[in-house]
Design a binder for this molecule. Structure first.
Ligand SMILES: Nc1ncnc2c1ncn2[C@@H]1O[C@H](COP(=O)(O)OP(=O)(O)OP(=O)(O)O)[C@@H](O)[C@H]1O
Ligand SMILES: [Mg+2]
Length: 379
């Protein structure tokens, strides 16, 4: 029996848990040619959701959907290349046989598409630079200008998703890159852009701070965790569809230990499915979750490795303690972290999206990743 629980981006053919309202809203924004900033902590399901939005836009509204991943992008040229590649890949997928597509294949002038067949017999698309000029940020600006022209002349609506968009703030000439993108995108009215990312601080600073080029240029859309009732139903029915059963109480226990965090819920359910011979019970959930904790430990350790001792100490203290404030006398005494020396590490942990302030709870901080908090409490 195939394991139905997926630990990567959910394929278009597999069911999503919940997210119907989100799908409807995001589709509406896309069809209105509005721009959206979609953000959440890591592994909440942004990419899965956007891919589903795009699949439905293609199927239901004949929209040309372009998806570019900017993960670990290192230069303005690479941003331009990745966007160009995404445009050609979209045209290739959606318009393969039409003459029109061929007409558009040189649309982005600075880059030409290269199509190859890989060992599995699938087409892969890459891009090749045409000429040496313009270069750097100018190349990006020029590519975006061609993209604008292409969209204007294209006879279908266009949707562009720029995933891991905050990565542009981590590269050299980031201010010029941000300004160049904004400058061009503001003139593109016939397309909808989604800017997606999990470094919420970086992304929100870009779109919600007055001094930045993208200020107030998009709808801000925060993706939440999955609702427990839907997640229980999803787990129970996916077991049933694949020849096993899961006791609803076990599914509810799984939601509790994973805090309905999409990635950890899927991963624990994946282990639970393999563990259960025919029926998963509440006693199996802890075993499955222990395997997840064990597997994630290396990742958590790597996160700690990138922090200073003070930051690790504060992170551990926040994971272990529910006191109202890290600046309170009790907290300082218990963890031997005086208030004055908590400020700097706290700022860094918040910037890295490792901790967040709980809304309306007297300034209390918690870890953004509740499973990391569980691991820290146990180690
Ligand atoms: N609606 C959903 N129903 C069930 N599982 C989901 C859902 N959305 C996401 N997941 C699960 O959550 C995990 C993360 O999904 P995805 O990669 O789409 O998230 P992301 O927010 O883009 O992550 P990242 O921050 O790493 O880019 C995957 O294991 C996926 O199976
Ligand atoms: Mg993603």
């Amino acid at each position: 029996m195939p394991n139905p629980f997926n630990i990567g981006v959910i394929p278009d053919t597999a069911p999503l848990c919940d997210r119907q309202t989100e799908l409807d809203t995001l589709k509406r924004r896309a069809l209105d040619a509005s721009n959206v900033t979609l953000y959440s902590p890591r592994r909440y399901g942004k990419t899965s959701l956007v891919k589903r939005v795009q699949a439905q836009l293609r199927a239901e509204h004949d929209v040309l959907t372009i998806y570019a991943d900017l993960y670990r992008v290192t230069s303005a040229e690479e941003v331009a290349a990745r966007i160009s590649k995404a445009v050609y890949a979209a045209l290739h997928r959606q318009e393969d046989l039409s003459a029109k597509a061929k007409r558009y294949l040189g649309a982005l002038v600075n880059f030409r598409p290269v199509f190859k067949v890989n060992d599995q017999g699938e087409f892969t698309v890459s891009v090749e630079r045409v000429g040496a000029r313009p270069a750097g940020v100018e190349l990006l600006a020029s590519t975006m200008e061609y993209l604008g022209e292409f969209i204007e002349n294209y006879d279908k609506p266009v949707h562009l998703a720029l995933d891991e968009f905050q990565e542009i703030t981590e590269i050299q000439k980031k201010n010029e890159i941000e300004a160049a993108l904004r400058e061009q995108i503001q003139h593109i009215h016939q397309a909808s852009f989604f800017f997606i990312g999990s470094r919420r601080r970086l992304l929100l600073e870009m779109f919600a701070s007055e001094s930045r080029p993208f200020f107030q240029s998009t709808f801000l859309f925060k993706l939440e965790k999955l609702p427990k009732d839907d997640l229980v139903d999803y787990i129970v029915s996916r077991f049933a569809e694949n020849g096993k059963t899961c006791d609803p109480q076990a599914a509810a226990a799984l939601c509790d230990v994973t805090h309905c965090y999409p990635y950890y819920a899927q991963k624990t359910a994946n282990y639970l499915f393999d563990l259960a011979e025919s029926k998963a019970g509440a006693e199996d959930v802890q075993k499955a979750f222990d395997s997840v904790l064990k597997e994630e430990a290396d990742f958590f350790k790597a996160v700690l490795f990138g922090l200073t001792l003070k930051e690790v100490r504060l992170l551990r203290a926040i994971a272990k303690d529910n006191t109202p404030s890290v600046f309170s006398a009790d907290f300082a005494k218990l963890h031997e972290i005086p208030a004055f020396s908590a400020q700097k590490p706290l700022k860094k942990l918040a910037r890295l999206d490792l901790v967040e302030q709980v809304e309306g709870d007297g300034g209390r901080y918690r870890l953004v990743d509740p499973v990391m908090a569980t691991w820290l409490r146990l180690t």
